[in-house]
Every structure is written in structure tokens, then in C-alpha cells.
Ligand binder design. Structure first.
Ligand code: FAD
Ligand code: NAI
Length: 467
């Protein structure tokens, strides 16, 4: 008899949530984690520390540029970067300890070391502390997440040429930060260091920022970032970075070929995406073939091609987001317990925690046009929202895309202060199959920013009140 019902390899948002849900369902669960702390990329080097830095750097920026206008005289704010980094680390510490507490509470046994699947139902743990050994279980869930994608010929030293991990702990504000990739990490962490005083240049391979986000949103958002002082070089790529001297010397080329230009920088952030992580896991030895992007293929029930082995989170297909990994963790645990777990991939919100924030759920206009779906657009700008005007945070708008025949909401896109919180309303509406009319007829408290969501829903039927 195996000693566990379930072994989960990896304790990121996918793995730890899966382990907790399985324990709630009465399973005897073990987790295996190779790092010193639980919580994976998200809690240790991703979502949590980046949001702490976005929060503190935004307040620093407001203290310098917005407080005076509101009648709050604080003098020029002085940056204590070491203390700001400590504040971030304390936030991480609180979160990872929270996961350890939840493991104890749910009687989940944690094993420290690299987990390698040696056969279905058998995981060898190469211990970082204590003896190595073999654990046995009826089912295994792989939740080993992802790692930084690297640029050929450019070595990340996490000091001067950094990934997001190094960019979250720079000891000094760089004079010039060169960001490679205008995706989520590039724009979030570029914003952090811009607010703290760095000159920021973002080099992006495509002719637009944020691929995958609604094109109108991306265009307007780029203008807002440019006003904040971020410079973009689109349709360009960084060919080389020479780090032999005191200043980094990058060569930036047009993506389509042509004359290159030199760019000097103190720090370069490589943020060109993330790749699934399966190193040392032994999956290929047990006959599990990865797809062409290194992901573990699974069916609709998160089952791999090897019986009893499941996979969730960044290591499988789909958006690399913590909440997507968490929902898959819950669904996989329920499926393994014989229940009907499910993830609705049509309703996964996406938030970029810049200022203003960008949040979306469902289809973009480009996707609807590509699928030949007729739709109506309802748009409402924050310049016409009472609360946004009172706070003088009027950048951005809400856009609702609704099916032309049925009025069902197919996509919601928000640029604006607090967009990340506002998108939850849209996600719930879509999960319940709401029509724009349903949102329009729902009473929204006044004065609040979500009234702009209601007005955009009214605008689908050309009857917004405040416009
Ligand atoms: P991970 O969190 O990567 O966890 C995998 C775990 O498995 C790790 O702890 C790893 O050590 C462990 N592991 C791997 N192999 C083994 C092995 N063989 N044995 C034992 N342990 C192993 N997403 C959001 O939704 N919102 C955000 O705001 C956000 N911000 C981000 C900011 C940054 C800078 C980064 C880098 C990412 C951010 N993400 C965000 C993405 C988010 O972090 C990931 O989508 C999420 O962590 C994926 O969860 P996961 O459980 O699949 O994997
Ligand atoms: P990304 O996929 O969001 O963006 C990468 C960008 O780099 C793209 O715009 C791409 O076109 C560009 N690029 C690729 N190769 C390039 C090259 N050689 N030169 C110039 N540009 C190049 O990836 P990113 O920002 O690294 O983030 C990784 C993952 O982490 C994302 O998938 C995201 O889901 C997740 N994440 C989520 C956050 C959130 O939810 N707020 C925050 C941070 C990360």
C-alpha cells in the first residue's frame, strides 16, 4: 500500500492549492519542494514581491508628484531603497509562512528536495537537508512551474543583466534601465524603476506592446506610459550586450533587419517570457513526451499520457498566471478524488499592475473579428466618472464587447486606476453568462469607479447616462 494518496511536486500556487484541496477531500497528501520556502515563483520571486515594489514605488511617485496638489505638503520624498526592499521581503516572508501554516493545518507532509518521478506512483526525493528516499502514492501531480526564458548569447548575472528576480532586488536605482520585452514583466518592473528615478527604454520585437491584449487598449496604454517617461523602441531586438566595461553596451537592431544602434545602460532586464520547468523531474525517462514548447501535454482532466500522473499550472499549456494555476490545482484534486473539477478557460482575468492598471477578461476585438463573431461595443471613459474626477485619476476607460445577437458579454477590457479589482465584477458576470443588459440593470454604488463598468454596459445599447 502506498503511504500517500497524492504527492504534489512543486508548491507554487498550483501545487500548494492542489495539496490543500486534496487534503480537504480526505486524501493523505505529501508535497515535495526544492527551494527553502514554499509558494513557488509567485510568492517568492513573482506576484508578491513585484506587487510590493509596485505599491511602494507608486506611493513614492505620488508623494513626489501628486500629494502637493492634494494639499499634503511632505517636501521632496527621500528614497531609502534598502528599507523599501526590506518591506518587500517582509511581505514575501508573511506569505510563504502562511503556506507553511496551511500545510500544517491540513496535515500535509512537506518533503524538502528535488522530486524525480522514477515510475508511476514513485517519487524519489533528493533531499537538500536530511536523507533522500522514495515516496509512494496512488497519484502524482506535477506542478513544477516555469523559469525565465533566456536570450541566446546574453548571460543573466542577476546584477547588471537581470531577469525579473534580479530586477526585484537591485541595490541601486539604475541611471538607465534597458528592458528587453514589452510584456507584463517589462512594463511592471520598468514602471517600478522609472518611478524610483531611472530612465527606462523598452525594446520590443513586435510593433506593439503587450501582445494578446486588446490592440486599442495597448495603444492607449503605451501613450500613458510614454507620458510617464518610458521610451519604447518597437519592432526592434537586442542583438548583443557587451558587459566588459563599467557601462553595458547593447546593440539594438530593427526586427526586420537594417541599421543597428548602440544603447548604453547600467542594467538590462531580460523579460521575453517564461518557459515550462521540468529539469530533473525525470518525465521523459518514464515515457512522458513534452510538446514543442517544452510543456507537459494533458487532457481535459489534467491527466498526462502516463496513468496516475497529472500536471497543472505554468508547466502545462495556457496563460502563465497564478490564479489559473490555482484553479487547475483545485480541479485536479477534485478529479483525482472522483469529483468533477473544471476550469473555465474563457473566463480567466488578466491584470497588469501598472499605473493605471490594465485588466481584461474574455475576448479581444481582434479575436472576435478573427472568429467572425458580430459584436457591439460599449465604451465609457473615466473622465466621465464622478469618483475618478474627484480623485483626479481619469486616465483610461472601460470597454465591453457583447454578442450582437444575444447581448451576452464576450469580453471586458479596462484601463484605469483599480482596474484589477474592477475586473472581478466582469468575470462573475461572464461566468454566469450575463448580458450587457444584466450589468446595466445592476445597481452600482455611487460614487465608485465600477459605475464606469455599468455605464459601459449601458453604452453597448447606446444609452450611457453620463456621456
Ligand atoms: P511555480 O509558482 O513556478 O512553482 C513551481 C514550484 O515547483 C517552485 O517552487 C519550484 O521550486 C518547484 N519545483 C520545480 N521542480 C521541482 C522538482 N523537481 N522538485 C521539487 N520542487 C520543484 N501571475 C499572476 O497571476 N499575477 C501576477 O501578478 C504575477 N506576477 C508575476 C511577476 C513575476 C516577476 C513573475 C516572474 C511571475 C508572475 N506571475 C504572476 C506568474 C506566476 O508567478 C505564475 O503563473 C505562477 O507562479 C505559476 O504557478 P505554478 O504553481 O504553476 O508554478
Ligand atoms: P510576456 O510574454 O508577457 O512578454 C514578453 C515580451 O517580450 C513580448 O511582448 C514579446 O513579443 C517580447 N519579446 C520576445 N522575444 C523578444 C526579443 N528577442 N526582443 C525583444 N522583445 C522580445 O513575458 P514576460 O513579461 O516575461 O512575463 C512572463 C510571464 O509571467 C507572462 O506570461 C505573464 O503571464 C506572467 N506574469 C504575469 C503578471 C501579471 O499577471 N500581472 C506579472 C508578471 C508576469
Amino acid at each position: 500500500m502506498p503511504s500517500y494518496d497524492l504527492i504534489v511536486i512543486g508548491t507554487g500556487p498550483g501545487g500548494y492549492v492542489c495539496a490543500i484541496r486534496a487534503a480537504q477531500l480526505g486524501m493523505k497528501v505529501a508535497v515535495v519542494e526544492k527551494e527553502k520556502t514554499f509558494g513557488g515563483t509567485c510568492l517568492n520571486i513573482g506576484c508578491i514581491p513585484s506587487k510590493a515594489m509596485l505599491h511602494t514605488s507608486e506611493l513614492f511617485d505620488q508623494a513626489g508628484h501628486a500629494f502637493g496638489k492634494m494639499g499634503i505638503k511632505v517636501g521632496g520624498p527621500v528614497l531609502d531603497l534598502a528599507a523599501m526592499l526590506r518591506f518587500k521581503d517582509e511581505g514575501v516572508d508573511g506569505n510563504v509562512k502562511g503556506v507553511a501554516f496551511l500545510f500544517r493545518k491540513n496535515k500535509i507532509e512537506a518533503h524538502s528536495g528535488i522530486g524525480r518521478i522514477v515510475a508511476p506512483g514513485k517519487v524519489e526525493v533528493k533531499a537538500t537537508r536530511g536523507p533522500s528516499g522514495i515516496l509512494e502514492a496512488k497519484a502524482i501531480v506535477i506542478a513544477t512551474g516555469s523559469d525565465v526564458a533566456r536570450l541566446k548569447g546574453i548571460v543573466i548575472d542577476e546584477k547588471r543583466i537581470v531577469s525579473s528576480t534580479g530586477a526585484l532586488s537591485l541595490e541601486k536605482v539604475p541611471r538607465h534601465l534597458l528592458v528587453v520585452g514589452a510584456g507584463v514583466i517589462g512594463l511592471e518592473l520598468g514602471s517600478v524603476w522609472r518611478r524610483l528615478g531611472a530612465q527606462v527604454t523598452v525594446v520590443e520585437f513586435l510593433d506593439r506592446i503587450l501582445p494578446g491584449i486588446d490592440a486599442e487598449v495597448a495603444r492607449q496604454f503605451q501613450r500613458m506610459l510614454e507620458k510617464q517617461g518610458i521610451t519604447f523602441k518597437l519592432a526592434s531586438k537586442v542583438a548583443t550586450i557587451d558587459s566588459s566595461g563599467p557601462v553595458l553596451k547593447a546593440i539594438v537592431e530593427p526586427a526586420a533587419g537594417g541599421a543597428a544602434v548602440g544603447v548604453d545602460a547600467d542594467v538590462a532586464l531580460i523579460a521575453i517570457g517564461r518557459v515550462p520547468y521540468t529539469e530533473g523531474l525525470g518525465v521523459e525517462e518514464i515515457g512522458l513526451k513534452l510538446d514543442n514548447r517544452g510543456r507537459i501535454p494533458v487532457d481535459g482532466r489534467f491527466a498526462t499520457s502516463v496513468p496516475g500522473i497529472y500536471a497543472i499550472g505554468d508547466v502545462i499549456a495556457g496563460p502563465m498566471l497564478a490564479h489559473k494555476a490555482e484553479d487547475e490545482g483545485v480541479a485536479a484534486a477534485e478529479i483525482i478524488a472522483g469529483k468533477s473539477g473544471h476550469v473555465n478557460y474563457d473566463v480567466i482575468p488578466n491584470v497588469i499592475y501598472t499605473s493605471p492598471e490594465v485588466a481584461s477578461v474574455g475576448k479581444t476585438e481582434e479575436e472576435l473579428r478573427g472568429a467572425n463573431i458580430a459584436y457591439n461595443v460599449g465604451k465609457f471613459p473615466f473622465t466621465a466618472n464622478g469618483r475618478a474626477k474627484a480623485n483626479q485619476q481619469t486616465d483610461g476607460f472601460v470597454k465591453i464587447l457583447a454578442d450582437a445577437k444575444t447581448d451576452q458579454v464576450l469580453g471586458v477590457h479596462i484601463v484605469g486606476s483599480d482596474a484589477g479589482n474592477m475586473i472581478a465584477e466582469a468575470a462573475i458576470a461572464m461566468e454566469f453568462g450575463a448580458a450587457a443588459e444584466d450589468i446595466a440593470r445592476t445597481c452600482h454604488a455611487h460614487p465608485t469607479l465600477p459605475e464606469a463598468v455599468k455605464e459601459a454596459a449601458l453604452a453597448v445599447d447606446k444609452r450611457a447616462i453620463h456621456m
